[in-house]
Design a protein around this ligand. Structure first.
Ligand code: ZN
Ligand code: ZN
Length: 835
């Protein structure tokens, strides 16, 4: 039988071995190209029982998608064997996602009697790094960054024993043979660089050499020295610049020589790191997919120092806590949120923060939620094993939107101006991978950022696809490769705005193409001619002579949602979003589409409003508010309007003139921008520090308002669908009612709730009109605005009340992080039904 799904590198073969042995069956199991092949022989009822248990007792990280059973002639096998991939004549492909330390390993980690007591890299077939340490397929130790650590006899025995839970656990390691942790401090005081540091480093190296053999004979496997030498070299590499690190005005900072190597008897590095954290210092801690910058999350001053050094002011920071119990103390968690927190992927979960939870207010200013997650690497568990550690900020170690740092030297060079010390190790990270971010929206888990723990797991496609590449969008880029019934999305790559971003994109693409042996035959890109991803796609297609397919942004969003539910259309697609290039060259984002997988018609949209200043209006929501108030008939230079906008008369006049003349004031139907505009007026949020901040705060202020608040009415200008003329939803009446409420002193919370309800009701009316025109009552919800819990909840409830079947994303983000999945679907559908 052929078993497909996530069945390689997740303890599946030992599981089958045990199962077959228990059922008294003979035969074999081996990895296959698309899964595992199992041959069993024995009594029929035993085989039936085997098949049932195969599905009911599947190991935690494994996922069975299909089991294809075929009768074979009995061969008279006597025992059950696990065979090497080559025996079946096919190579295995696929790399599992990284998984959090399992309960068994955690027990060993904290058991003084265990040989891996406090070992920061323990793992087994049920847990540990996978994707981030793998260079190429097949997923075998020599192809991972564990290649340079030959296993000791004990580890090798576990690795070779089919009944051991470390059987073929590729990153298997222990104190004797595996990677180590050490600490490098950045000193505040200037010190001379005239060879003094070198000799200290050399002394440290010599003392390592001198000590190691006596301390533990097993240490002297050669790699200890090369590690120390590497560390020394990295110190050297930085030293010529005078050891003064860039980006700091408050005095020289020098990298101290590597010290405090952690080993079994002296877990100094971790203890010192903990002491520094508790003293309010900033630590760079090497993790699974990259470095984190960490501070004590209960220390207001430390959090502010981190923000200043990282130049990141408003954007919420993620907080790691020991376990679910600790998480419950700082957040109000639902059952769904708790199960999301504890999945093997261990995403950051956005949950409602408790009042007075002790977390510094600078961690997530202005919003009622906190991004929390649990330790997923043994090193993190060891830090939290110290009872004094309660909550740590753990944020991706980068400056603004740069890719996360992964390499020791790179981290020291890039983060030297931020971190006070580096807790490093010598297991190389080969794939950058940020933490994933998720939330429970309307009772169901929703991915906001798909990265560690989810990459490179495939997302199913509704039909077989030709090999193709979908390059994604502009912000929060994620690309996707399709082959057969699956689309493999890359990790979150950040904004594709510059060469650093593009390099990360190319590096990840090359890796995933190797990993899945996919040679694209077509490339799908966004319709926007100015995106870096678009120009790159064009060049690549020309170079390789590939077919190029442009897909409209919101069609991709809606098609992605359809494909997740196996819908082929037509459906009513509500694409409620920030920015996407439209087929008329305008900026779309409040769209009602009649969509099929391979095409769409625009049934209705939010009436166009000028975006004064173009891109600048995204960073400065007051500009968008001016555009909306002006369109709603307000005199934007009146005293009241200036008060609402927080603008001077001069500013308002300049922008109004730009809008009137259509100069640098592109037209947009974006719902995201309407949220921005309302937040600017209601909350006085004139400028934002991060994308969607205004909209998130507007949702946040209404968090305790009931859902049944009646909405501000919007107004439909019905088109003539027989002539394919779209209807338009006008926001003007909404603005009039909203300003009335502000005048009457209605609370911000209530105004926000009424606004959310009004938007939902407006689009539900659109769906009613679309149903009358098209006959379909299936509605697919997508776009970045679907991250808004209140809006998602209200839309579903109000649509269902009108008799619609409502579909939302499941495994793919509704925002731009999910765009490439939708592009894949549209591209594959077009290639399948060429016009
Ligand atoms: Zn484990
Ligand atoms: Zn070992």
């Amino acid at each position: 039988m052929l078993v497909c799904g996530v069945v390689q590198g997740v303890g599946f073969r030992p599981f089958v071995y045990r199962l077959a042995t228990e059922e008294g069956l003979a035969g074999l199991i081996g990895n296959d190209t698309d899964g595992v092949t199992i041959e069993v022989e024995g009594p029929a009822e035993r085989i039936d029982s085997f098949l049932v248990r195969l599905r009911s007792e599947t190991p935690p990280l494994a996922r069975i998608d299909s089991v294809a059973v075929r009768d074979l002639a009995a061969t008279g096998e006597t025992g059950f064997r696990i065979v090497a991939s080559e025996v079946l004549g096919r190579v295995s492909t696929g790399i599992p996602a990284d998984a959090a330390t399992c309960a068994d390993c955690l027990r060993e980690l904290l058991d003084p009697a265990d040989r891996r007591f406090r070992y920061p890299f323990l793992n087994c077939t049920n847990c540990g790094p996978r994707f981030t340490i793998t260079r190429r397929i097949p997923y075998d130790r020599p192809q991972t960054s564990m290649a340079k650590f030959p296993m000791c006899a004990d580890c090798q025995r576990e690795y070779d024993d089919p009944l051991n839970r470390r059987f073929h656990a590729q990153p298997n390691a222990c104190w004797v043979c595996g990677p180590r942790v050490w600490l490098v401090k950045v000193e505040e005081n200037p010190r001379s660089v005239t060879g003094h540091d070198f000799s200290r480093a050399e002394n440290a190296l010599n003392s390592t050499r001198a000590l190691a053999p006596e301390e533990k004979p097993g240490f002297v496997t050669g790699h200890d020295f090369s590690r120390a030498e590497n560390a020394l070299n990295s110190t050297r590499a930085l030293a010529p610049e005078g050891c003064s690190l860039p980006g700091r005005a408050d005095g020289e900072r020098t990298l101290e020589t590597p010290e405090c190597l952690t080993n079994h008897e002296r877990p100094d590095a971790i203890d010192q790191a903990i002491d520094m954290l508790l003293a309010g210092r900033i630590m760079a801690i090497k993790g699974i997919g990259g470095f984190h910058l960490s501070v004590d999350a209960t220390n207001e001053a430390a959090v502010m120092r981190l923000r200043e050094r990282k130049h990141r002011y408003g954007k919420p920071l993620a907080v790691m806590v020991r376990d679910v119990e600790a998480a419950r103390k700082i957040c109000e968690l639902t059952v769904e949120e708790e199960s999301l927190l504890t999945t093997a992927a261990r995403p950051i979960v956005l949950a409602r923060a408790r009042q007075g939870n002790g977390i510094a207010t600078g961690v997530a200013p202005g919003i009622p939620w906190l991004g929390i997650f649990l330790p997923y690497a043994p090193l993190q568990h060891l830090i939290f094993a110290d009872a004094r550690v309660h909550a740590l900020v753990m944020t991706s170690a980068n400056l603004s939107e740069e890719p996360i740092a992964i390499d020791n030297d790179e981290a020291q060079a890039r983060l030297g101006g931020i971190a006070d010390a580096f807790l490093m190790h010598d297991r190389e990270i080969l794939q950058r991978c940020d933490d994933s971010v998720a939330a429970v929206v309307d009772g169901a888990p929703q991915l906001i950022r798909r990265a560690r723990g989810f990459v490179p797991l495939g997302v199913e496609l509704p039909f077989e696809a030709l090999p193709l590449l979908a390059v994604g969008g502009h912000l929060k880029n994620v690309f996707a490769l399709a082959r057969g019934r699956f689309a493999y999305q890359s990790q979150h790559l950040g904004d594709l705005e510059n060469l650093t971003g593009l390099e990360f994109f190319k590096e990840s693409l090359a890796h995933l193409m190797r990993t899945f042996e996919i040679e694209p035959e077509a490339i799908v890109h966004d319709l926007h001619p100015g995106y870096l991803s678009t120009s790159w796609a064009r060049e690549w297609a020309t170079e390789r002579g590939l077919q190029l397919i442009a897909v409209q942004h919101h069609h991709a969003h809606v098609a992605g949602c359809m494909a997740e539910h196996g819908l082929t259309g037509p459906v009513i697609g509500l694409a409620l979003d920030g920015t996407g290039y439209g087929t008329d060259g305008k900026i779309w984002g409040g769209e009602v589409l009649l969509a099929r997988l391979d095409g769409f018609e625009r049934f209705a949209y939010l009436e166009y409003v000028a975006l004064p200043g173009g891109e600048a209006a995204i960073r400065e929501p007051w500009r968008m508010a001016l555009g909306h108030l002006n369109a709603a008939g307000f005199d934007v230079t009146s005293g009241e309007a200036l008060g609402l906008l927080g603008a001077t008369e001069q500013e308002a006049r300049v922008l109004r003139r730009a809008v009137q003349r259509g100069v640098n004031a592109p037209l947009t139907s974006s719902l995201g921008r309407l949220f921005d505009a309302v937040a600017a007026v209601v909350l006085g949020r004139r400028v934002v520090d991060y994308e969607a901040q205004a909209a998130i705060e507007l949702e946040g202020v209404a968090v305790d308002e009931p859902d049944d608040e009646p909405g501000y009415a919007m107004q439909w200008r019905e088109g003539n669908w027989a002539l394919r003329e779209p209807s338009r939803l006008r926001a003007a009446p909404l603005w009039n009612a909203l300003v009335e409420d502000l005048r009457a002193g209605v609370s911000k919370a209530r105004i926000s709730a009424r606004f959310h309800a009004g938007v939902a009701e407006g689009f539900v009316q659109a769906a009613v009109l679309a149903r009358a025109a098209s006959g379909t009552s299936q509605v697919a919800l997508s776009g970045g605005c679907m991250h808004n819990r209140r809006l998602a909840r209200l839309l579903r409830a109000k649509l269902e009340a009108q008799g619609f079947a409502v579909y939302q994303h499941k495994n793919v983000s509704p925002g731009d992080g999910g765009l490439s999945y939708g592009q894949t679907v549209v591209g594959a559908a077009i290639l399948r039904n060429p016009k």
